[in-house]
Design a binder for this molecule. Structure first.
Ligand code: MG
Length: 505
């Protein structure tokens, strides 16, 4: 991007260094997850920590901070100049307000906690993790104090992941969502055509990896992924990372007894990748260069995974392709069976196995727990019992083991309080985008013919291209004309599952 403001020009020049080093570090992290031999882990940790140190110094460069201060006072800045400043002020706030000692302490406590969390989960013994969780919560509160907040310390933590998100807004949104989801799930379960399982997958089935891979290459190309500007690899937990505007890496994983896993995971990650590939080249190496937030990122990945990939119209197009790709296993499969297999609804204890209807409830549960823990409304000692109660209320089932309850996720171990809500917000943002998209794009009709280009074009033009020029709520308003509203997601689910399970309206 070009700026006419002299301060902004200098700021952008300095930021280039931060941007380049950030990508070097991201390359090391990608390598760690994809290629690195286990014995290299200590060396890699040292390299990454050193890079982190240099980057922190660049963020705290006096001249840079003075220029930002000066630019903050300028009038008549362009929209892009303002976006640059707003994003920089956010990052600088973290580096300048949270003492270095606190960050070091957090790194130490969380790396210790990880080992104990893993053991606690394996042995189903919450007590092994409890002292570490207590320390993490105390430190998270301290960080919130440094960052500052109006009435709820949790707001300061939420804002780290989703700019300007508050607990009050999240609660209001999630309460509305919860009140709709719980009865919807019950009516799906009562439906005559309700099925919990599909016999297309399981230990008796074998879907060889090369066959799955062929289908992944096909779908990525269909979605419009630029293979010359990114690549697909394998890792234990699929992820996507941007190493530059023309180098977007994504990963997938294969289960040979379930052909759906790699397919949906790859559509999800390609959704993340298309976002990064779609950002205007003008913003490369500027503070506007990445997707704006976790929530918006997740809205796009979930959009492709669920709203496209599991859409009955799209599966109509895909049925003969699945049949041809797996002739022995799926040669005679009907469209109805396939659509059901991709859209099973089953309340379960484990978040990462959840379907698109029950998924948000897992997040709502975690949001309520975090908000209560950070505000001292419940103690870490009481937390497993509260988890069980909520589980009963939302899913109708209670985890017998804490390993399937409060110990299942790694996030708190990393000190990532405030991260979870962005997953559920993603569902809501995505459905609201879809509602607006449908006004100009013949969505189902295109999907039925396997035409995904109009969908990608719409997202490129309305969402991707902006990078992080707008904060999530401003982007939402700009694209859809209104603030985030959970009714679009609820309507989307109702419409889809009423048809699938012949529910009475
Ligand atoms: Mg994701």
């Amino acid at each position: 991007m070009k700026s006419t403001n002299p301060h902004i020009k200098k700021i952008l020049e300095h930021y280039t260094k931060i941007s380049r080093l950030g990508k070097v570090k991201a390359t090391l992290d990608w390598d760690l997850n994809v290629n690195m031999p286990p014995k290299a882990s200590q060396g890699r940790a040292n390299q990454s920590a050193y890079l982190e140190e240099i980057m922190t110094d660049l963020w705290l460069d006096k001249d840079f901070l003075v220029k930002i201060e000066k630019a903050n006072k300028e009038k008549n800045l362009s929209l892009e100049d303002k976006g640059v400043l707003r994003n920089l002020n956010r990052s600088v706030k973290f580096y300048t307000k949270v003492p270095k000692a606190t960050i070091i302490e957090l790194t130490k406590i969380t790396s210790e906690a990880f080992v104990h969390w893993r053991e606690a989960r394996e042995k189903n013994n919450y007590k092994l993790f409890l002292p570490h969780l207590k320390k993490i919560i105390a430190l998270e509160k301290e960080i919130a104090g440094h960052l500052g907040y109006k009435d709820n310390p949790y707001d300061a933590l939420l804002d780290l992941y989703e700019p300007e998100l508050t607990a009050e807004f999240t609660k209001k949104t999630f309460d509305a969502l919860k009140n709709e989801l719980v009865p919807l799930i019950k009516s799906i379960q009562k439906s005559k055509s309700y099925e919990k399982e599909t016999d297309l997958v399981g230990s008796k089935m074998l879907y060889p990896k090369p066959d799955q891979e062929r289908l992944l290459q096909f779908i990525m190309q269909k979605m419009g992924f630029d293979k010359e500007a990114g690549r697909l690899d394998i890792s234990a937990h699929p992820f996507t990372t941007g190493l530059g505007r023309y180098d977007i890496r994504l990963t997938t994983k294969y289960s040979e007894d379930d052909f759906r896993d790699s397919f949906t995971a790859t559509m999800h990650e390609t959704g993340h990748a298309l976002y990064e590939q779609g950002i205007t080249v003008e913003y490369d190496e500027t503070p506007l260069e990445y997707g704006v937030s976790l929530g918006i990122h997740e809205s796009l990945s979930r959009f492709w995974e669920n709203m496209v990939g599991k859409n009955p119209a799209f599966l109509h197009y895909m049925t003969p392709l699945f049949q041809a790709n797996y002739p022995k296993q799926l040669g005679n499969v009907t469209e109805t069976t396939l659509v059901k297999a991709f859209n099973l609804v089953k309340p379960s204890l484990i978040r990462i196995e959840a379907d698109e209807v029950t998924y948000s409830l897992h997040i709502i549960l975690r949001f309520e727990m975090e908000n209560a823990l950070i505000n001292g409304k419940i103690t870490p000692e009481e937390a497993p019992e509260v988890w069980r109660k909520k589980s009963k209320e939302y899913f109708g089932i209670v985890p017998e083991k804490d390993s399937d309850g409060i110990l299942q996720d790694v996030h708190w171990t990393y000190g990532s309080f405030g991260y979870f809500p962005s997953y559920a917000l993603g569902n809501l943002y995505g459905a609201q985008f879809l509602n607006t998209m449908k006004k100009t794009v013949p969505f189902d009709a295109s999907l039925e013919k396997g035409e995904l280009q109009p969908v990608k074009d719409w997202l490129d033009k309305n969402v991707h291209t902006h990078g992080s020029l707008y904060f999530p709520h401003d982007l939402m308003k700009k694209v859809t004309g209104e603030d985030l509203n959970p009714k679009y997601f609820v309507n989307y689910l109702r419409e889809k599952y009423t048809k699938l399970y012949s529910l009475s309206q």
